[in-house]
Design a binder for this molecule. Sequence first.
Ligand code: FE2
Ligand code: FE2
Length: 175
Amino acid sequence: MIDRILSDERYLEKINRLNEIEKDRIYCKHDLDHFQEVYQMLSILSSRRGLDDSKKLSKIMAYFHDIGRADSYDGNHRKSSSDFARILLGEYGISREEIDLICYAINNHSGRIEVQDAYYYIDNNMVDDSLRDTWAKLLRISDQLSRNCYICKANAICKWLEGEKTNENWKQRIC
Ligand SMILES: [Fe+2]
Ligand SMILES: [Fe+2]
């Protein structure tokens, strides 16, 4: 089902446009590799917490969270991503409840936190007040921690604060 959604020509068209927009980007990109890495991490973290349908929801959130950058690169890509997700997912029979959860997480995925705080949240199996806030936090953390700052060529000029950058131990700690 999800693979059919991700091969929809409208999804592929956005991926192609995003690749074109970012072809000369020196900072980390928002491409299929990024979506796959976010998916892997989000699926580990959400299933560890025992969240229902963790694999399915992780895959959809990860593959849609930045897709709206194709339409709104420097604007509000959370909104353009969730608007597009709402339309496409509805056509493929994803339930209204799931779409609301997915779109809420996408709409709240931006913003970085100190890596130490992210580890604290993970290591202590923290959950937020609501299911949707837990998903949003996990998506945000997966988005940030999936980046490989320690081998990034743009590390020295990146605007991320030092405490927000990932180190080489993150994978051992999470996977
Ligand atoms: Fe994003
Ligand atoms: Fe992202």
